[in-house]
Design a protein around this ligand. Structure first.
Ligand SMILES: Cc1ncc(COP(=O)(O)O)c(C=O)c1O
Length: 366
């Protein structure tokens, strides 16, 4: 049964869309989006629409007070006609936790999945088929009520937009240790996927890029001695042959890729420790060789090898090995995400078929 509406123009927008060869990450936006509104304490009926500008009040709390939380996930279609999602229910749970932290209404799981299925199902033929490429899906929830009063909105909107993407970074990245700014404090919104965290990180991210690095490495908001994460990725180190990652401290985003790698590495018999990671200790371990390798992980990058940590004074800390353990884990995880091997964890699920009334349902039948 179709439980969302299809706006005029969707079929034409899909028909006109050609996926270019060069995708980058977010350079190309898919021609459809999903939108559903919340008012009077309840979610309305969703709509699939052509991708286009939307109207929001200039005074909306999303614009004025960053009342906005989001997710990032991918649909994969490697060697198959129909795409699948990866741990979509976990993204839904994390969005609900983020919403709860900002005292916004949760998006119920059936509605969250309907939105993803609507967008990824309509775009099924445009989901890239080559390994490493995917359809990036960006669900986001924001407060639409206008007003300066410091309280939550009473009206909200949940949307999903999408982009066919290449891997976020190819090759080993350099990472700038951020010694001045802090991204998130315990008790704040760091462990929520809240737009405000990214606003706090943009100055350092821009400075990192200006210094030839891909991204900034964040330290704790107190004495700035303990590693948290990167601006859009979690961090792993190979220390004395085992994997070590910062323990979730209440300010780190609990990455779904991080959690998947912990489970996958343990399943493969590797040692994994979640613990406090002081930056000075890690730099000494790189110098002594005890830390042999570093890598970052996230939905966008999957697993990204790190060539060097660069300090504020330009000192470079380069581990002896680059992309050894990381390459193995990347391939093992990607093979599950892309359904090239059996999925022992039950992490993947098919995108639901479009409703029979959708004009593109016949085109993608089979
Ligand atoms: C700050 C931050 N940390 C970590 C991650 C990795 O999370 P995930 O693996 O769920 O994509 C992301 C990306 O979403 C992020 O924005």
């Amino acid at each position: 049964m179709q439980s969302y509406d299809i706006a005029p123009g969707v079929d034409a927008a899909l028909g006109d869309f050609r996926v270019p060869e060069r995708l980058g990450f977010g350079l190309v936006t898919a021609p459809v989006m999903y939108s559903v509104e919340y008012r009077d304490g309840a979610w309305g009926r969703g709509r699939l629409l052509p991708y286009a500008p939307i109207e929001v009040w200039p005074g909306s709390r999303a614009l004025q007070y960053a009342e906005l939380v989001f997710e990032g996930m991918k649909a994969y279609r490697v060697g198959r006609a129909w795409p699948n999602l990866f741990r979509a229910e976990d993204n839904c749970r994390r969005l609900a936790r983020s919403a709860e932290r900002l005292s916004m209404p949760a998006v119920p799981e059936p509605l969250f999945l309907e939105a993803l299925d609507a967008v990824a199902g309509a775009l099924a033929p445009s989901v890239p088929g080559q390994s490493g490429r995917a359809l990036y899906l960006r669900p986001f929830l924001f407060g639409t009520e206008s007003g300066y009063m410091l309280r939550n909105s009473t009206t909200f909107r949940f949307m999903v937009m999408a982009s066919p993407v290449e891997p976020y970074a190819t090759g080993a990245i350099r990472v700038l240790i951020e010694r001045k700014d802090v991204r998130a404090v315990v008790g704040g919104v760091g462990e929520a996927k809240a737009a405000a965290n990214y606003a706090a990180s943009l100055r350092a991210s821009t400075a990192a890029v200006a210094r030839g690095c891909a991204v900034a490495l964040w330290l704790d908001a107190g004495p700035q001695r303990t590693i948290q994460e990167l601006s859009g990725m979690n961090l792993f180190a190979v220390i004395d042959g085992g994997l070590v990652t910062p323990a979730l401290d209440g300010a780190i985003l609990p990455g779904i890729t991080r959690d998947s790698l912990i489970k996958l590495a343990r399943h493969r018999g590797q040692r994994v420790l979640e613990r406090r990671m002081p930056i000075d200790e890690l730099l000494e371990q790189i110098a002594s060789g005890a830390c042999s390798e570093l890598f970052a992980c996230g939905t966008a990058a999957v697993v990204s090898p790190i060539a060097a940590l660069v300090d504020a004074d330009a000192t470079e800390h380069a581990p002896a090995r680059v992309d050894a353990v990381a390459a193995e884990l990347r391939e093992a995880l990607l093979a599950i995400q892309e359904r090239r091997v059996a999925d022992p964890f039950g992490w993947t699920r098919d995108v639901a078929r479009p409703p029979a009334a959708a004009p593109w349902a016949r085109a993608v039948a089979g």
